[in-house]
Design a protein around this ligand. Structure first.
Ligand code: ADP
Length: 211
């Protein structure tokens, strides 16, 4: 699993790492956004909370994650991105995984706060294929359309400056305690997420392979 504050690069790194290790990228944020876009029952339940930068309830998240991890493509392992986000969810994950919990590795992307805000507010996402770009990063695609599938690039409703503050508060109060939880279990690995994306990528792979 990848842990880290909003904007730490978790989503982008999770996708790259999953691709390299040939295992699924299980992103709860992407799953919930898809549910909202499709207008499903789940989407209706979570839309307002997400747009305000608040967390969805632990019970609902347990159902969503348990259902996803029961799919056959998850048998060889997954990269979890966005789950767990509270200590209750960490216990739920242990219960969902059962014996497989012994194989968990928690990689924490440690990123300075000023770097985070710029990354989030500048982020543009493709609603069609999930491609992520940044208007402050000249190396990333930054036109009005996605360079992979040609769909429109948009700013996520929860990436607006005021909502970012709410997400940071949620993170500090509810998610940061997870670091202590996984440290105590000896499962925490720390990666310097301030560095360039390819460097961070190699560091994450190294940490997973040596665990
Ligand atoms: P971030 O860029 O903040 O890491 P994500 O894409 O992972 O964002 O998640 C977006 C939103 O989806 C969160 O702000 C929250 O509302 C909801 N969400 C995602 N995962 C969880 C979770 N494990 N528990 C509760 N809410 C979640």
């Amino acid at each position: 699993m990848l842990l880290g504050p909003p904007g730490s690069g978790k989503g982008t790194q999770a996708e790259l790492v999953a691709h390299r290790l040939l295992i699924p990228h299980v992103s709860t944020g992407d799953m919930l956004r898809l549910a909202v876009a499709r207008g499903s029952e789940l989407g209706a339940k979570v839309k307002a909370l997400m747009e305000a930068g608040h967390l969805v309830s632990d019970d609902l998240m347990r159902e969503v994650v348990a259902e996803r991890l029961a799919q056959p493509d998850c048998l060889k392992g997954v990269i979890l991105d966005g789950y767990p986000r509270t200590v209750v969810q960490a216990h739920d994950l242990d219960a969902i995984l059962g014996d497989h919990a012994q194989f968990l590795v928690a990689v924490y992307l440690d990123v300075a706060e000023e770097v985070i805000r710029r990354r989030i507010v500048g982020r543009r996402s493709c609603m069609q294929c999930g491609r992520i770009c940044n208007i402050y990063d000249s190396r990333s695609c930054c036109g009005p359309r996605c360079d992979v599938c040609g769909s429109e690039l948009v700013q996520r409703p929860d990436d607006h400056d005021e909502v970012v503050t709410a997400r940071m508060v949620e993170y500090a109060e509810k998610t940061e305690p997870l670091l202590g939880y996984y440290r105590k279990l000896g499962l925490l690995r720390i990666c310097n997420g301030d560095l360039d994306f390819p460097v961070v990528h190699e560091e994450i792979i190294g940490l997973i392979e040596s665990s």
